[in-house]
Design a protein. Structure first.
Length: 364
């Protein structure tokens, strides 16, 4: 499954129905903006809220491997966007990134993170099955400043040369957060690992390989074992400096998603379970971890309004704090505990939205 991007793999599992966690009242939410093309990340900034999306490909062509295993053309161009949404709703595109569109899927911008006063993004994916060399800013971490994006590191080189999990060589840098060591930490959803990136030098270090997850079916991509890829999609830090990593995971089975704690030394331990199709993980100002759950899937496709935001409970079931969302992919908080959520992760171009829900994680 490692050759399938996060988005397409979700679309391909429409027959699975995701079990919901505990129900809770839904806070009233406000729509702040729309028109995003498969939004994947949201980040609160000092001058607004930033959204990063997947884009819609471009005019160039790159031959890539399809989910069916064949190699064919995909549209490539800089149509993924990083957009600043001002408090009055005004949208400003601050940078564009590469977008690769093959069939129904587009892979482009993924997540955003501040390191000091500098904004960074994870961008694109790459596989050993693709033809040609990795294009610039694909499977990469980029710095955003002055209206442009500059590659500062790529995660593909480590995957191509070391392949830490031992399976297909595929890198999709996804979740990202500033670590207590002054580096950028990246959860690679394609390579199934946690990385530490020094944007000053471009050095990428392996912190930990995230564990494979149980699966009811044999997985030919993992040597026929009854296990699925971890697919880490969320990353946050605790007061003790430990990283908390959320797994989708690759089986997409109900309540199969988990959160793991990773120490600074790379020791991995399970922290919480019972979640479903987790797409992001953030720590609120109240000290709790919160996650977005993409939603339920039926035979006709994604069930509208079945996505949610949950509070992660170590050793217990997650608590739903927002329900009724359509395909949420990411969340972030301001200091007051208001949560910003982007929805429409798998929708038609232009259908992505930014919403805010007041006081969800306010300090008591």
């Amino acid at each position: 499954m490692k050759n399938v991007s996060l988005k397409f793999a979700l679309i391909a599992t429409l027959a699975l129905t995701v079990a919901s966690a505990q129900t809770a009242p839904t806070p009233a939410g406000d729509r702040l903006g729309g028109g995003f093309n498969g939004p994947q990340g949201v980040l609160v900034g000092p001058d607004g809220v930033y959204v990063i999306d997947s884009g819609v490909g471009g005019d160039a062509t790159i031959n890539v491997r399809s989910p069916e295993g064949t190699v064919g053309p995909a549209k490539f161009g800089e149509s993924a966007r990083v957009v600043r949404v001002a408090p009055d709703g005004t949208q400003t595109v601050i940078a564009t990134l590469p977008s690769l569109l093959g069939g129904m899927e587009a892979v482009g911008g993924a997540r955003l993170a501040w390191l000091g006063n500098t904004l960074y993004a994870t961008s694109g994916d790459w596989s050993e099955a693709n033809e040609g060399s990795r294009p610039a800013k694909m499977s990469a971490v980029v710095r955003l400043e002055g209206g442009s994006a500059t590659e500062v590191a790529n995660t593909w080189d480590l995957e191509a040369t070391r392949n830490p999990d031992g399976y297909e060589k595929y890198s999709h840098p996804y979740a990202m957060a500033a670590g207590p060591d002054g580096k950028l930490w990246v959860a690679d959803a394609g390579a199934n690992n946690l990385l530490r990136v020094d944007p000053a030098s471009g050095v990428v270090e392996l912190v930990a390989v995230m564990p494979a997850q149980p699966s009811a079916q044999a997985n030919p991509g993992r040597g026929g074992k009854s296990e699925s890829d971890a697919v880490p999609t969320g990353l946050a830090f605790g007061d003790d400096g430990s990283a908390y990593v959320a797994l989708l995971p690759g089986s997409f089975m109900p309540e199969a998603a988990k959160v793991y704690r990773v120490s600074g030394a790379g020791e991995v331990s399970e922290y919480a379970g019972g979640l479903s199709t987790v797409t992001d993980l953030r720590r609120g100002p109240d000290g709790n971890l919160y996650a977005t759950q993409l939603g339920q899937f039926g035979e006709q496709g994604p069930v509208p309004g079945s996505g949610s935001v949950v509070r992660v409970v170590p050793g217990g079931k997650p608590e739903v704090v927002i329900s009724g969302l359509t395909l949420p992919s990411s969340l972030d908080f301001n200091a007051d505990g208001d949560v910003y959520v982007v929805t429409g992760a798998l929708g038609a171009p232009g259908s992505g939205e930014l919403m805010v829900f007041k006081g969800v994680a306010a300090k008591k």
